[in-house]
Design a protein around this ligand. Sequence first.
Ligand code: GDP
Ligand code: CA
Length: 317
Amino acid sequence: MRIVVLAGGIGGARFLRGLKSAAPAAEITVIGNTGDDIHLFGLKVCPDLDTVMYTLGGGINEDQGWGRAGESFTVKEELAAYGVGPTWFGLGDRDFATHIVRTQMLAAGYPLSAVTEALCDRWQPGVRLLPMSDDRVETHIAVTENGERRVVHFQEYWVRLRASLDAEAVVPVGADQAKPAPGVLEALAAADVILLPPSNPVVSIGTILAVPGIREAVAGAAAPVVGLSPIVGGAPVRGMADKVLAAVGVESTAAAVARHYGADLLDGWLVDTADADAVAEVEAGGIACRAVPLMMTGTEATAAMAREALSLAEAAR
Ligand code: GDP
Ligand code: CA
């Protein structure tokens, strides 16, 4: 079975761990969000791709959900001693090596997709990890800070401002000019199932779908498309999905996120048992829906979610 998953960072990576356990024989292709990418200290940092790679490769800081296990911060401290920032972005020494290798390969002319493949040679994530695009895309967020309207990089909004200000607009800069990375459209066309994990529907999956051709390829694929709600009981499980959903005029409910993706895209939608009331509403909108436990408390619970998604896909076929 060929499964294609569109994934952000932590939510996507944890879901993928459950999916691998639920479908060990499946050939899994991950289309990763690169809208969170940022240039820091002259280095290209790809937080979502790395979170997937480290999580599936056994190198993740499990408590944090991002960054390397056993990390130290000597380089960051030395940079700060020179007065070189930003200090708000936590790059550890081990993580720095990844970004150095990536930046060096990009400078040598390799596209991000080839660089990602090379990095995965070390980590062996057990999935084929593709960036959504080899072209530069950076999500920016419009905010009003101290009475002044400005636009900040997504990482600045999330990490420095801790999403404390309202997101007034979400702009995936460069997305409209980007092309899907090699293999992305082919994987979608050849898929038996396409899954949207509990990732941020705006700044993770929304950004992937904003690359011209990708939304069309997902919606037009022969494979059933099933998503899992990142909103449980009217709130995101973690993170700031509510802020960025508000920015695009979508309520933070499991049913509203399904409607936002649309019946043209989704064949099936899983909501948490806490949102069982939403099932009828989602189905009335033309999307098959089931309420099942959706809390990724461990690999077994997450594998059960993946089995439910595959079962709904089978029913929706
Ligand atoms: P990020 O890049 O680290 O933000 O990760 P994602 O883009 O994958 O988004 C995380 C999303 O997943 C957030 O909207 C969370 O609400 C959601 N999420 C995180 N953990 C869980 C969980 O255990 N269950 C469900 N249903 N959603 C979750
Ligand atoms: Ca992310």
